[in-house]
Ligand binder design. Structure first.
Ligand code: C2E
Ligand code: MG
Ligand code: MG
Length: 514
């Protein structure tokens, strides 16, 4: 898959490279061709105007006045090198050379325009054989195009070439750069794959005069670029496609998380671990909290904070609670039937508490496994928002049957204390956020003290979550000698065998003077 993505990316990189390089080159070529046509039209216009003016001249041909007039006109025209008079195919006089004692035979015109204009292109000059000239004539007037008329176009920038020709393509006025086969190539209209390698071409025609331009630019195609540019473009494309592909598939996996959770539950990939609940004063194990663990399709664990939240949204939380209740009671059955005051705390959701069949489910389970109901406690996080009246009915029903009920993560939700006081709870669990601030942050430490006071006033049990250090343990102990502790200091969540083999860490030795 990655290989295909890289291949597609490399191809796309090259195509985008080709497209951007030819777009840039095309605009340069259009600019060149427009400028060339503009100049050619100006040169032609200068010739035509000069011929028209002199044709109307009343002076007799090649008289002093006529020569004077021609010199005046020549002086005004930067694109013309000479102006003359012709008679019967002979050049009789010119502004530059004056009257010829012997008229000079002109070569036959190469083209007769419908307007009556005769054209010569690149023919040997009759006045100086070393030169080649372009000429245009009508009636008895003839004009010579200046060699400087196309200054700046004679040697175009590398890769550029241009042709100035008539609309029908039969008469070429001028050519610049390497124009061999250009007109024929232009007429050919290449396929897309030929376009990749053939030079760029463009043409445009004047709407005033019989003049067109064909221009071409070679070297713009991607296939003509240096190998390092091809390598850089294809690598960049491949890298972009691969990262986009990975991001897409990653996103896709995340978006199917609900589906993964559903299939993990159906396929028995939900399991339970247990975290010790310890009486802080003597470190005795008095219970465990069952915590759910779930693996995705690849066997990687999904955080409970994530999958519990999603399970609540997609209506699977009650299934999770029931699986957890059954698994944990079966796992710990013998310990829950023993003489010690050992209890199992199971996390529940609002949906369980308000579900009238949940209490019956627990009754049947405890009866089947022969576990006293008072060894089972339920924990509901304080963050759950719901109607207190509705919740109270559920809590009362569970309490009446003998199950314990704890408010979990106390301090992180919005408990209205007057409502809480009316709920028949058996204990509160201080969230680890406050425990971990003990000794570090005055406000949170003070909250631990206040919550200890609330537990005392409500005459309920107090569990302090997240105890990681002996200092936190002794601080809590000073506030409430009966407090139950849960945290890494006493044990991380573990498999059930470790609970059966549990031996509490020794309390920190009391300080004595030597
Ligand atoms: P919780 O019920 O407050 O569980 C205690 C969480 O704190 C657990 O996280 C536990 O591993 C962690 N913890 C315990 N001692 C320490 C400590 O000393 N330091 C630190 N840093 N963390 C500690 P876990 O297992 O990731 O569970 C997160 C939450 O997911 C639980 O918070 C509970 O709200 C929810 N959850 C877990 N299992 C279930 C379940 O079966 N049903 C329901 N409804 N919720 C569950
Ligand atoms: Mg809990
Ligand atoms: Mg908690």
């Amino acid at each position: 898959m990655i290989f295909l993505l890289a291949l597609a990316g490399a191809g796309t990189g090259l195509l985008i490279g080709h497209w951007s390089s030819t777009e840039f080159a095309s605009s340069r070529l259009r600019d060149y061709s427009d400028r060339l046509l503009e100049r050619a039209t100006e040169v032609a216009q200068a010739s035509v105007n000069t011929i028209a003016n002199l044709s109307k001249s009343p002076n007799s041909v090649c008289s002093d006045d006529d020569l004077q007039e021609m010199r005046f006109r020549l002086f005004q025209r930067e694109y013309l090198s000479d102006i003359g008079r012709m008679e019967n195919g002979f050049l009789v006089c010119t502004a530059a050379w004056g009257r010829f004692s012997q008229p000079l035979k002109l070569p036959p015109p190469q083209r007769f325009q419908p307007s009556g204009v005769l054209l010569w292109a690149n023919v040997q000059s009759v006045t100086d054989h070393r030169l080649n000239v372009d000429m245009a004539g009508r009636g008895n007037v003839i004009v010579f195009t200046s060699p400087r008329a196309f200054r700046g176009y004679q040697t175009p920038a590398p890769g550029f070439s241009g042709l100035i020709l008539t609309h029908d393509g039969k008469h070429v006025f001028r050519s610049f750069g390497n124009t061999e086969g250009l007109a024929a190539e232009f007429a050919r209209s290449p396929n897309w794959y030929q376009k990749l390698s053939s030079p760029l071409m463009t043409s445009n025609c004047s709407d005033k005069r019989d003049i067109c331009v064909i221009a071409s630019l070679s070297g713009a195609s991607i296939l003509e670029q240096p190998i390092w540019i091809l390598g850089a473009l294809s690598s960049l494309g491949a890298a972009l496609f691969c990262s986009a592909g990975l991001a897409f598939f990653g996103w896709n996996t995340t978006s199917s998380l609900p589906q993964q959770i559903r299939s993990a539950i159906q396929n028995g990939r939900l399991s339970a671990v247990y975290q010790p609940l310890v009486r802080i004063s003597d470190r005795s194990l008095i219970g465990v909290e069952a915590l759910a663990r779930l693996k995705d399709d690849n066997g990687s664990p999904i955080s409970p904070d994530v999958f519990i939240d999603i399970a609540e949204q997609i209506g699977l939380i009650t299934t999770i609670t029931r699986i957890m209740a059954r698994t944990s009671m079966e796992d710990l059955r013998s310990k829950l039937q023993g003489q010690d005051e050992f209890y199992l705390s199971i996390n529940v959701a609002v949906a369980d508490v308000v579900d009238p069949t949940f209490a019956t489910f627990l009754d049947e389970l405890t009866r089947d496994l022969d576990i006293p109901r008072n060894r089972i406690a339920l924990e509901l996080t304080e963050r759950s928002t719901t109607d207190y009246e509705q919740l109270r009915g559920g809590v009362e029903a569970l309490r009446e049957r003998g199950y314990g009920f704890f408010v979990d993560d106390f301090g992180t939700g919005y408990s209205n204390l007057s409502h809480l006081a009316k709920l028949p709870i058996s204990g509160i669990k201080i969230d680890r956020m406050f425990t971990q601030a003990i000794g570090k942050e005055a406000v949170s430490s003070a909250i631990v003290e206040k919550i200890c006071g609330i537990a005392e006033a409500l005459r309920v049990n107090l569990v302090v979550e997240g105890i990681e250090t002996p200092d936190q343990a002794s601080h809590v102990l000073k506030l409430n000698p009966q407090a139950i502790g849960q945290g890494w200091l006493f044990g991380k969540p573990t498999g059930v065998e470790a609970i059966f083999a549990y031996s509490p860490p020794a309390p920190a030795p009391a300080f004595t003077f030597p």
